[in-house]
Design a protein around this ligand. Structure first.
Ligand SMILES: Nc1ncnc2c1ncn2[C@@H]1O[C@H](COP(=O)(O)OP(=O)(O)OP(=O)(O)O)[C@@H](O)[C@H]1O
Ligand SMILES: [Mg+2]
Length: 317
């Protein structure tokens, strides 16, 4: 009412002036908002460029206008994710290079040895009855090592690329361990070690993948035999509530506290020369750890240098 009577009071030229003033005011306001938006957009562009070119060290360096605080939060979390991805990629690259270096080094050792024996034999030693058989046996020993290494590498790559298919069932642990211990007893006998499988309840059934677990037991018992000079290797199963605890104990060299943290890493050996001499590449425990963890369990180790070691893990009853 008031505004319509106010307009009626104005003459035509005043209306035009008012209109022009309003238009001017609108244009000025819009251009101010446009400039502000442009400034904000170029700021965002700068920040994105900065992230792309690794210019920021921390998310605190990323700042937007007060009213864009939500967007600022989003950009900061994107920045943190990118940083994390970059760090992971760098780590992966380092691990890959290290792995390739280790693999080629491990392959080179037996291949050079086999090559050396074969060349010596071809250069005349083949007719020397005192050495020819011995050289062939040594070459054969290295071929076996090479075969073990390749099988372990295949296992590791299957496990780490997520292609290890598990097949869980209940099985009789007493029969199962008896069979494995019987297979490995000749290796213990050769070193005059006692391989003792403690009595296990006849009908005790544990839950797991028998085939994959065989690799675990063979490696743990073989390690115990390899790294024990005198005494015994014992295998026990203890029942704890709804689980069976399997223990492989030896009276061997033992492992120092520093090494204990690392023995499950790929290619880690406490004493490289000694391990290599007994045919070890340091992949066994890395495979053991993966398989035990795939059973929802954890491998535990206790050890005292010069006294012995004990490896154990739980399986569901
Ligand atoms: N029972 C043990 N007593 C003392 N040292 C051990 C024992 N088990 C493992 N180790 C140490 O841990 C290292 C890693 O063991 P792992 O089984 O991964 O490798 P390996 O036996 O040397 O080779 P691989 O199993 O690949 O043939 C061994 O080289 C050895 O130094
Ligand atoms: Mg081993």
């Amino acid at each position: 009412m008031f505004s319509s009577s106010f307009i009626l009071l104005l003459n035509f030229s005043q209306i035009i002036t008012l209109f022009i003033l309003l238009l001017f005011f609108t244009v000025v306001t819009l251009s101010y908002i446009g400039k502000k938006r442009n400034y904000e957009l170029s700021n965002i562009k700068l920040i994105i460029n900065g992230i792309r070119n690794n210019r920021f060290k921390s998310p605190e360096e990323i700042k937007l206008e007060k009213q864009l605080v939500e967007l600022e939060g989003e950009i900061k979390s994107m920045f943190l994710r990118t940083q994390n991805d970059i760090a992971n990629l760098k780590k992966l690259e380092r691990v890959r290079t290290e792995f390739l270096g280790n693999v080629s080094h491990e392959l080179r050792t037996p291949i050079f040895a086999i090559q050396g024996y074969l060349e010596t034999l071809l250069n005349g030693a083949i007719d020397d009855k005192k050495v020819n058989r011995n050289f062939l046996e040594k070459a054969n020993h290295h071929t076996n090592n090479l075969n073990t290494l390749l099988n372990e590498l295949i296992d590791i790559s299957m496990i780490e690329s997520g292609q290890m298919h598990m097949s869980f069932r209940y099985f009789n642990i007493a029969e199962y361990l008896e069979e494995i211990c019987n297979d490995l007893r000749p290796q213990a006998d050769e070193k005059n070690l006692q391989l003792i499988l403690h009595p296990i309840k006849d009908n005790l059934q544990l839950f797991g993948d028998k085939i994959k677990l065989k690799q675990v037991f063979v490696n743990l018992i073989q390690n115990a035999i390899k790294y024990t000079e005198k005494g015994s290797v014992e295998v026990l199963v203890e029942e704890i509530k709804k689980q069976g605890k399997i223990i492989v104990r030896d009276t061997g060299l033992g492992i120092s506290e520093n090494d204990l943290e690392r023995i499950f890493e790929r290619f880690y050996r406490v004493d490289k020369d000694r391990s290599r001499a007994v045919g070890g590449t340091g992949l066994g425990l890395a495979i053991v750890k993966h398989i035990v963890e795939a059973h929802g369990s954890r491998i535990e180790v206790k050890s005292t240098v010069g006294v012995g070691s004990e490896f154990s893990f739980l399986l569901k009853k």
